[in-house]
Design a protein around this ligand. Structure first.
Ligand SMILES: [Zn+2]
Length: 436
């Protein structure tokens, strides 16, 4: 009996060695982890930086901040209406009701009539457009302009921008946080409902927030964006996808299942290569529920959990407490073995690079030679990928060499044999693995 067992064992060891030796795959997530988590914050409210960011720095995990560039002191671009003189527009509203043709211009001008409190009508109408109820939006815009013509609003409070500035961090602060590894990304210039804007004013929000970030922080931070209010409006998405490579609103990719914040679907059952699972923590979300999202992500292999956080410690929408965030982030950090915590941009880049890369390899008794090629543009797609290569069981001191860089990598083993995990850059020279 013992002999037969031994024989079977030997046989299976040899056959797995024969099929696995020299085989290389790009692991699903960086460092061979089982899932990815991106912690994102919207609106740039001050306690995100004063309270939440130091906790993340202490735990060495990165955040993504979607910021409204117009509210940061020293910004070049602030909210404005680009179009005909508003007096002309106001005049026309007396005789022509708001309809499909006139909506976008009137909506775009609504916050810039030089009057107090008109912006809230734009916001209310925008919510109706996003909800697919344009007729309701027409009514709100008509109500606004009727009141404007009847002189029911006070002149605009000119201190508005000063109040905003006092509540904001500076570009110098942002540059120092970016250096610590955090991502900054566009949440537009003024946080409007984009779906109600005409083409010119929508492009202003998209392009000028990008330009501001480009000038202040550099190209790297022009990758991601989030259209305010989580809009999935198709017209907005069509424009936005031309300006930003990655939107948190929608990410149409054949390999990616998108489960938005309202989705009730279990991400684990998706048959796509990846599932982006967005969860928005609000004051009503209990910590055990928030932790269960982490558990689910760590116990599957295809989930990219995108957490959406707004206010912190009483400032911002649905503010969470920094005590609960501290406990939550520690919980995430404790799952370090299974989870890759990455910025929104890095997680996106990893998936796209992996899905657009090919591996060619060749092996002999002494060496494995690998070519890793990616069809995406560099330098935008500049993230290294994690490769898993099965090596000979007899090799020791495994060395990985790419270009001028070489390193010794400790081996691991699984049911298929001995392997190494290592990072390599696509299109950056041949990778050589040898045992010395
Ligand atoms: Zn927002």
């Amino acid at each position: 009996m013992i002999f037969i067992h031994k024989g079977l064992f030997l046989l299976s060891t040899i056959s797995t060695l024969q099929c696995a030796f020299g085989q290389t795959e790009i692991t699903k997530w960086q460092y061979g982890k089982k899932g990815a988590v991106s912690i994102t914050y919207d609106d740039g409210s001050i306690n995100q930086f004063l309270k939440a960011l130091p906790i993340m720095n202490r735990l060495n995990i990165p955040a993504t901040f979607f910021i409204n560039t117009g509210q940061i002191p020293g910004s070049q671009y602030h909210g404005k209406f680009i179009g005909r003189p508003v007096k002309e527009i106001i005049g026309e509203t007396a005789t022509i009701p708001t309809n499909k043709e006139t909506l976008f211009e009137r909506f775009s001008a609504a916050g810039y009539l030089g009057l107090n409190s008109t912006l809230q009508y734009q916001t209310k109408a925008g919510a109706q457009i996003d909800a697919g109820k344009p007729e309701e939006a027409y009514k709100i815009i008509d109500e606004l302009y009727t009141k404007v013509r009847n002189d029911e609003f006070l002149p605009e409070n000119t201190n508005k921008n000063l109040t905003n500035a006092a509540m904001s961090i500076t570009w110098d602060d942002i540059r120092s946080y970016a250096k610590q590894g955090h991502e900054f990304a566009s949440h537009m210039v003024t946080h409007p409902y984009m779906a109600g804007l005409d083409e010119t004013n929508m492009l202003f929000e998209l392009e000028k927030s990008r330009e501001e970030i480009l000038n202040q922080l550099g190209q790297k931070y022009t990758f991601s964006a989030e259209g305010p209010y989580g809009t999935e409006n198709e017209r907005v998405m069509e424009y936005a996808h031309k300006v930003y490579p990655a939107l948190r609103n929608r990410m149409p990719e054949s390999f990616l299942e998108e489960l938005n914040r309202a989705s009730r679907k279990d991400p684990g059952v998706s048959n796509k290569e990846y599932a982006q699972w967005q969860r928005g923590a609000t004051t009503k979300t209990s910590l055990p529920v928030m932790k269960s999202w982490i558990d689910t992500t760590a116990s599957n292999n295809n989930i990219w959990l995108v957490l959406v956080i707004h206010g912190v410690d009483g400032i911002g929408w649905e503010a969470l407490t920094s005590e609960s965030l501290d406990e939550y982030f520690k919980y995430i950090k404790n799952k370090d073995n299974d989870l890759w915590v990455a910025t929104f941009a890095d997680a996106t880049k990893y998936m796209r690079e992996r899905m657009n890369s090919t591996i060619k390899s060749d092996e002999n008794r002494k060496k494995i030679t690998i070519t890793l090629a990616c069809s995406l543009d560099r330098p935008m797609y500049d993230l290294p990928l994690t490769l898993k290569t099965y090596v000979s069981s007899t090799w020791k001191n495994l060395q990985v060499k790419q270009g001028n860089e070489s390193r010794i990598v400790p081996p691991k083993s699984d049911a298929r044999g001995k392997y190494i995990l290592y990072q390599a850059f696509p299109d950056a020279g041949i990778i050589e693995i040898s045992g010395i």
